[in-house]
Design a protein around this ligand. Structure first.
Ligand SMILES: Nc1nc2c(ncn2[C@@H]2O[C@H](COP(=O)(O)OP(=O)(O)O)[C@@H](O)[C@H]2O)c(=O)[nH]1
Ligand SMILES: [Mg+2]
Length: 299
């Protein structure tokens, strides 16, 4: 095994663990508290391309869980300094500390530069955010919405720094990575999103990752089934790739299918629709099953 292979394998051990907490009969634990023996707070970070449905999924998950599991204490945190309107009222809001318009004005930046600077500044507010969370007195679940443009959060220093320093005490962190269905309906879009998901996995190493196909209502049932099948059988993905592709792209298609095939534990896709309220219970099940598999460092 090459060094890269073994590094990937060691990351994926944690992911494999994600599915080990299922009950022997294949069902879910009946109660969160039954499963959560270590009394951990779950910090769930929603990460994904712009428009993939992160914010809406936070709102839907919050509404669903608070309605269905009244005993759970759940809070929402908005980490997007540039968002105008939110479909939920965050318990904790980065906009109380950083406002995109103010950053743009103060530093003479346009919207793009402003967003980069504002997202980088999140780290300066980390102690305030920690304090605010502590005021909620150990909630069971903290749902965290991240900046619209994922690269500002995941591929600069902010995301990994925030994720490693925000948790305190007994915390289980989990990353929910969203696949946008309009991109993933085609094999090439699916493969490029797999690359993104893999990059996020590397950026937040040792944190369990759930791969979510969001907005699943936008796919016709047969296309949805086909996309989900690709995440379980990469041969099918390769067979679906465009036969007219030539040269490097074709070689990449085949090489990538092989890599994914070898990475048996790369998390399967879970389909969710915030609009139609489908898949949310399964998503909550996947979040719970990450409990006790966080080996990330804590600062
Ligand atoms: N059809 C459909 N649209 C959705 C769903 N979830 C979000 N959207 C829409 O997708 C757009 C982007 O959603 P948003 O949550 O803001 O994405 P974010 O940029 O990742 O936070 C908005 O217009 C949402 O109304 C869904 O489950 N189904
Ligand atoms: Mg958003």
């Amino acid at each position: 095994m090459s060094t890269v292979d073994s590094e990937v394998a060691s990351l994926l051990i944690n992911l494999h663990g994600v599915f080990e907490n299922e009950k022997k009969d294949g069902g879910l634990y009946t109660s969160f508290f039954e499963l959560n023996k270590g009394n951990k707070m779950i910090f769930n970070y929603c990460i994904g391309p712009a428009g993939s449905g992160k914010t809406t999924l936070i709102a839907t998950t919050y509404n669903y869980l608070t309605e269905k599991y009244k005993e759970l204490r759940i809070i929402t945190v908005n980490l997007d300094p540039g968002v105008r309107n939110l479909p939920y009222t965050p318990h904790i809001d980065i906009r109380d500390y950083i406002l995109l318009e103010e950053v743009m004005e103060r530093y003479g930046l346009g919207p793009n530069g402003g967003l980069v600077a504002a997202t980088d500044m999140i780290i300066d507010s980390i102690e305030d955010l920690k304090f605010e969370i502590s005021e909620y007195n150990n909630p069971d679940v903290v749902l965290i919405d991240t900046p619209g443009q994922m690269e500002l959060f995941a591929f600069r220093n902010t995301g990994p720094m925030v994720v490693s320093s925000l948790g305190y005490g007994d915390v289980q962190k989990v990353v929910s990575f969203l696949f946008d269905p309009t991109i993933c309906r085609h094999p090439s879009g699916y493969i490029s999103t797999m690359f993104l998901a893999g990059s996020v996995l590397y950026r937040f190493a040792n944190i369990p990752q759930i791969n979510v196909l969001s907005k699943s209502d936008l796919l016709e049932p047969d296309i949805l089934e086909r996309v989900l099948a690709w995440s379980e059988d990469y041969d099918k993905l390769f067979l679906a790739t465009d036969k007219t592709e030539r040269g490097l792209v074709r070689e990449l298609d085949s090489g990538i299918s092989e890599i994914f095939e070898r990475l048996q534990n790369f998390p399967r896709l879970l389909s969710v629709s915030s609009l139609e309220f489908t898949g949310i219970e399964e998503y909550w099940g996947a979040i719970q099953r990450t409990l006790n598999f966080d080996e990330s460092p804590y600062y």
